[in-house]
Design a protein around this ligand. Structure first.
Ligand code: F0G
Length: 480
């Protein structure tokens, strides 16, 4: 898309697809938005989609399907055991990643459950570029802990580093030396919680070498691989002439185990674990049958498995992998221009707003990124996702575990939103930026023990929600 140059108009991201099925949207007025936000405990996860105008909560399971994916769903071979659909899915995974063994699971965290149960014993550590919420929860539940060895630039909000998701190789070696029992090393592609930031091919090669020298398995979380592939292709000099498929295979060659959420990679719903070691494969089989289902569906709907098979093939094309990142880049550029603090360079998955700078007057213990996410819904009808302290687990002693980054993520599921949606989103974000002093903090009313961000409920500290709505109506009296 980027190589189609405009003659006189400003260059904008240009879709290489058209919409053939649409879903109507409704934008409720601001009083109603405030009311439903209160009912949702100021947690955007608890909003009903009917009250949401643009759903930028996540890309998970909500990327647009292609015509070929939809068509594939119609010839799915529905069988409990031995389905031809699984044969096609298995063959596609083997073909793309070059791993001999394939286990299906109902989604990414189901893979994490099986991997953690297989490898993590009480007292073990796992070392990773950065944690993901569900990954860490599964490791902790099995008595293990997480060490993050991300390069320091990874936690800088504004940076020019092209690969902020890289592992710090010296730290990795040090941590391996200092810890007796390392269950595995994990690399996360398109590192979610630091703003969808990639690792380089060179970096994962370095990680793999260290793992091999120390006889530690290297696990790749490939859920956000699609974005990472794009960044390797355009930012890593040594890879610019490689195809997306070649880059994928080169990454896979470095790993012992690959797992992914097919709600992201493959753009449908499901998940899989890919393995090289036959013994590990056999020991995981019993966990798949126990938690997921028979080995040829693993909790996935057969229709979705068929769509994932096509989705994986589509993810091997540049048109597909670049669609997300170039729209995100356009959004980041517009916000940056307006002075709104955003994570740079633009990453994958979505645009990430820096809540620390946006709401520096709100103390971190009052969940400033959750407050930003609630406030933004109220002024725009757009649902984003908090990625900060509210999404963290408390420490064992019950004290608050402050996130290294406080972000509001506005996800751009692939092939779903248009440039005018992005313009609207940017416009409302600029309004909120100019009125940020009106936003206040949140406190818990109900706080679940595990993964509290999904179902926790909050209330605002003070009457800031009323003041925000009042000012919005003064500034935009005739508008939703
Ligand atoms: N790993 C990564 C990097 C993820 O982003 C996710 C999910 C998972 C694992 C778990 O996969 O949801 O299929 O069980 N991320 C979603 C998100 C929830 O919105 O970022 P899952």
């Amino acid at each position: 898309m980027k190589d189609i140059k405009f003659f006189k108009r400003q260059q904008v991201p240009l879709e290489k697809h058209k919409a053939r099925v649409i879903q109507a949207l409704e934008l409720k007025d601001i009083d109603e938005r405030k009311k439903v936000m209160e009912e949702a405990g100021f947690n955007t996860f608890l909003l009903k989609n009917k009250d949401v105008f643009l759903d930028m909560l996540t890309d998970s399971g909500v990327n647009a399907l292609s015509d070929f994916q939809l068509a594939a769903m119609m010839f799915a071979d529905d069988a409990y055991a031995g389905s031809r659909t699984f044969d096609r899915f298995e063959a596609k995974c083997q073909d793309i990643f070059g791993m001999p063994f394939v286990l299906p699971a109902h989604q990414g965290r189901a893979c994490e459950n099986i991997i953690a149960q297989t490898f993590v014993k009480p007292g073990d550590v796992t070392i990773m570029n950065y944690h993901f919420t569900t990954t860490k929860a599964h490791i902790m539940i099995n008595g293990g802990s997480v060490i993050e060895a991300l390069i320091p630039e990874g936690l800088e909000i504004e940076s020019e580093h092209p690969f902020k998701g890289n592992m710090d190789l010296e730290r990795l070696e040090e941590e391996i030396k200092n810890n007796e029992s390392v269950a595995f090393v994990r690399m996360e592609a398109g590192t979610n919680l630091i703003g969808g930031q990639p690792f380089s091919l060179e970096n994962i090669k370095g990680v793999s070498k260290i793992c091999k020298e120390n006889n530690i398995p290297l696990v790749l979380d490939a859920s956000l691989l699609t974005d990472n592939l794009y960044f390797i292709k355009v930012r890593e000099e040594a890879c610019k002439d490689m195809s997306i498929r070649e880059i994928t295979r080169e990454i896979a060659n470095q790993c012992d185990i690959i797992y992914f959420s097919a709600r992201k990679l493959g753009s449908a719903r499901g998940g899989a674990i890919l393995l090289r070691d036959h013994d590990v494969f056999v020991s995981m089989q019993s966990l798949v049958t126990l938690y997921e289902g028979f080995l040829t569906y693993g909790g996935m709907s057969i229709k979705d498995m068929e769509a994932v098979t096509v989705g994986l093939e589509e993810a091997m094309t540049l048109d597909m992998v670049e669609q997300g990142p170039i729209f995100i880049e356009a959004m980041v550029d517009r916000l940056k221009e307006a002075g709104v603090p955003v994570v740079t360079p633009a990453g994958g998955l979505g645009c990430h707003i820096d809540a620390t700078k946006f709401l520096e007057h709100i103390p971190q213990e009052q969940y400033r990124s959750a407050a930003l996410s609630a406030a933004f819904y109220m002024v725009s009808g757009i649902r984003g996702m908090e990625r900060g302290t509210f999404s963290e687990e408390r420490n064992e002693d019950g004290s608050e575990h402050f996130a290294s980054m406080e972000l509001l993520r506005l996800a751009l599921p692939r092939r779903v939103f248009t440039l005018s949606h992005i313009e609207f989103c940017v416009d409302r974000m600029i309004w909120l930026w100019e009125n940020r002093h009106l936003v206040g903090g949140l406190e818990f009313e109900y706080e679940p023990k595990i993964l509290r961000f999904f179902t926790g409920r909050c209330k605002p500290i003070g009457d800031w929600a009323e003041n925000l709505v009042k000012k919005f109506k003064e500034d935009l009296p005739d508008s939703f």
